[in-house]
Design a protein around this ligand. Structure first.
Ligand code: C2E
Ligand code: CA
Length: 602
């Protein structure tokens, strides 16, 4: 809108300019509510200010109509003229007769609507969302309508009606939807896939089963396209899309049409990945008798790449890994299926190589702490966490601790890494405190080598003081068998740690041969029953008796009990019924990177 304020200044008072400019600025937002407020200003509009106001309304993105108290048209903006299909110089006074509005299944004229909804009810404002308008000779259109009764101005500017033509809105929505649909099959495309995958990953801790990504790509598609032509080859794609959609409900997966001839299938909660592979096999068989062109059956094959969370790595590269697997499948010929195997599984860990690389890894920040929640057995809330180290190797991917901790222990490097882990946990506790997350104790696994190293106690004390982390937020876990072998001097360290206020847990309990007299002397606060006992607990009365005995023993010694390896609800309930205090296991959550874990603390 072009406004010549200089020109206007000559005609109207300074005061008028002030508030008119105000109107202009505010009205740029063009909401009908703002129109309403402006027209309610106590002072009647002068000729010039009305002119300006009309100009402003003219630039509105809504259609505006002003009626007098006797429903005569006082003003229509350009959009309203267009909407009603009027000629600019013929803005008839009968205008309100030519629109019918659907209200509660009845078609009303504008004056009828105003009479019933504003005049007789005494309301000042009337809003009608998502209704329909019948406009003379223009048919029915979806619209939203607002009417304001202006009681403070002259009778001439009595009712301000604004209309929003929803056809344009729908068009915009359709455009937005199109950006998330593949133009050939109308299936959700890669944009939609990425959005939904991110949402899915944000909820991995709630998913009990595995997540399986399957990428299906029709083999030799370019050749098919050049042989069959665009139309026929597109039909193949559409047929495959329809087949996948038809199977998606039964086999519980989402289908995305990613690029020209490849589809991504996402299975969100799979108990056994073999079911996904069975589906892939059926798909391959289906493709072979899939497409007939002029009575000639085409023999089609597809290459398939599969990645599985958590087996194939973390969520961050699950999609990439599925595509890597697809590449591998394609490199082996047509109709092949390949499941992504992380480097760690393929790589035969060579102790010497790992040992050499670990020093650099510490410098390069390749170690990361994952956190696994421990739940209160009664109310199943997160009450603490265990920090578990991961080595994110630049070439081999994630290396599990069992592959490198023993080497670190053998070489003494665990002392340095142990300090790093302790520092990281302290930093994490500070961060959670700062960002007002629920503060929970974090357990740190420590090797006896660290405890026996001489200055373990001093380091812990110093770092606790420096960081000002409450010692009650730290638990050290030591493996039962190893702790029990410790000398008197080491036992003293545990007692000293206890005095500092940190707590001690006896890990993997039940796998060593602890003597009753020794355990009495050991200052443990928590006893963690080894996860091997949980494997057959539901069917082995013998294991049930042992576990019950261990819980009783611990409680008699005023220790609390955690069971690890809780993988399903029945085991969780059984352990709770045994009086166990904390539950830990995949049933609740796998170990998670801190940014994912902290969502559990909100
Ligand atoms: P752990 O202390 O017995 O740790 C528990 C292990 O059980 C973890 O394996 C965890 O991922 C796994 N786990 C948890 N819930 C379940 C479940 O429901 N089912 C099954 N099958 N497994 C479950 P992870 O993280 O591979 O750690 C293995 C071992 O490595 C640990 O055994 C611990 O001894 C050692 N470790 C891990 N992090 C550290 C560390 O920071 N320092 C030291 N010294 N040792 C560590
Ligand atoms: Ca542990």
């Amino acid at each position: 809108m072009q406004l010549n304020l200089e020109e206007l200044k000559n005609n109207i008072s300074e005061l008028d300019i002030l508030w008119i400019t105000g109107i202009f600025i505010v009205l740029m937002t063009l909401s009908s509510l703002i129109v309403k407020r402006l027209l309610r200003r106590p002072s009647a509009l002068t000729g010039a200010s009305r002119e300006l106001l009309e100009k402003v309304l003219d630039s509105s993105e809504e259609s505006v109509l002003v009626l007098s108290s006797s429903y005569q048209v006082v003003y229509l903006n350009t959009l309203m003229i267009k909407l009603l299909g009027l000629k600019p110089n013929n803005t008839s006074n009968q205008i309100n007769q030519s629109i019918k509005i659907k209200v509660n299944k009845k078609w009303l004229r504008l004056d009828e609507l105003i009479e019933s909804e504003l005049v007789s009810s005494g309301n000042k404002v009337y809003n009608l969302e998502h209704t329909q308008l019948r406009i003379h000779e223009k048919g029915t259109i979806p619209a939203t309508m607002h009417i304001i009764q202006n009681s403070q101005m002259d009778d001439e500017w009595k009712y301000i009606v604004t209309l929003q033509d929803l056809r344009y809105l729908r068009y915009e929505e359709e455009c937005r939807a199109l950006a998330h649909r593949h133009n050939v099959t109308k299936l959700p495309n890669q944009n939609q896939a990425l959005e939904e995958i991110n949402l899915l990953f944000a909820k991995t801790h709630l998913i009990k089963g595995k997540i399986v990504f399957i990428v299906v790509e029709i083999d030799n598609f370019l050749k098919l396209r050049s042989l069959l032509g665009y139309e026929q080859s597109t039909k193949i794609i559409i047929k495959l899309a329809n087949y996948l959609v038809s199977r998606s409900e039964k086999d519980a997966f989402s289908v995305y049409h990613m690029y020209s001839n490849d589809f991504l299938l996402v299975m969100k909660d799979v108990a056994d990945p073999q079911t996904a592979l069975n589906f892939v096999e059926e798909l391959q068989a289906e493709l072979k008798r899939f497409y007939k062109m002029q009575d000639v059956r085409m023999y089609l094959t597809a290459s398939v790449g599969v990645s599985i969370y958590p087996d194939s790595g973390n969520t961050r590269n699950l999609l990439d890994n599925a595509y890597k697997a697809l590449c591998e499948a394609k490199s082996r010929g047509h109709g092949q299926v390949h499941v992504f195997i992380p480097e760690q599984a393929r790589f035969v860990f060579d102790e010497l190589t790992l040992y050499n690389e670990m020093h650099l890894a510490l410098e390069n920040n390749e170690f990361e702490l994952y956190y696994q929640p421990l739940m209160d057995a009664k109310n199943r809330e997160v009450v603490s966490a265990e920090a578990l180290i991961r080595w994110i190797h630049p070439v081999h991917g994630m290396i599990p601790p069992d592959a490198f901790i023993p080497i670190m222990e053998k070489t003494g490097f665990i002392i340095e890494v142990g300090q790093y882990i302790f520092n990281e946990v302290l930093k994490q506790q500070k961060r959670w405190e700062l960002f007002k997350f629920k503060q929970i104790p974090v357990s740190i696994n420590v090797s006896m080598i660290e405890i026996e190293s001489g200055n373990f106690l001093g380091q812990v004390e110093k770092k606790l003081q420096e960081s000002r982390v409450d010692p009650g937020l730290i638990v050290f876990e030591v493996t039962e068998g190893k702790a029990m072998e410790s000398e008197k001097s080491t036992l003293k360290v545990f007692h000293e740690l206890h005095k500092l206020g940190v707590r001690i847990a006896l890990d993997d309990f039940g796998t060593g041969y602890t003597s009753f007299s020794y355990i009495k002397k050991f200052p443990a606060d928590v006893l963690k029953i080894d996860r091997s006992f949980m494997e057959h607990i539901l069917v082995k009365p013998e294991d049930q008796r042992i576990v019950l005995g261990m819980i009783e023993l611990a409680h008699n010694l005023e220790m609390q009990v955690t069971v690890e390896g809780v993988e399903n609800q029945q085991v969780a309930d059984l352990m709770a019924s045994y009086g166990c205090d904390y539950l830990q296991g995949y049933h609740f959550s796998k170990p998670l990177p801190s940014f994912e874990f902290q969502k559990l603390l909100r």
